[in-house]
Write a protein that binds this ligand. Structure first.
Ligand SMILES: N[C@@H](CCC(=O)N[C@@H](CS)C(=O)NCC(=O)O)C(=O)O
Length: 101
């Protein structure tokens, strides 16, 4: 039998985009399955993401688990934390753990 079901989260992103990396990191931290859709580097040619989210910037996350479509990395990070996190941001936990300099 094949496992062909699409992951519930679709992540529109661009190679080398620091905002996207922030989201990637959190998705991975939370062990969430997602499908990456790499958008066109040319802003004007990003019609797919424009259609889905109303913007041409990435990152954009579409979460079929909750019916949420979201742009803006800070909002996405907040959303992932509040939806899938356990009350503590991995970044913040890491930053606060063990560093005394
Ligand atoms: N404030 C946005 C910035 C995202 C952003 O600037 N993404 C770049 C790629 S790294 C982009 O899509 N640029 C195209 C544009 O600004 O129209 C966020 O935090 O998500």
């Amino acid at each position: 039998m094949s496992e062909t079901a699409d992951p519930p989260i679709t992540f529109y992103r661009l190679q080398g985009c620091p905002y996207c990396e922030r989201v990637t990191r959190l998705l991975n931290e939370y062990g969430l399955e997602y499908r990456s859709r790499f958008v066109e580097p040319m802003h004007s040619e990003r019609n797919v993401v424009k259609r889905v989210a109303g913007v041409r910037t990435v990152p954009v996350v579409v979460d079929d688990n909750t019916g949420v479509t979201m742009a803006e990395s800070a909002n996405i990070v907040d959303y992932l934390e509040s939806t899938y996190g356990e009350g503590e941001r991995p970044d913040a936990a890491a930053a606060g753990a063990g560093g005394d300099d």
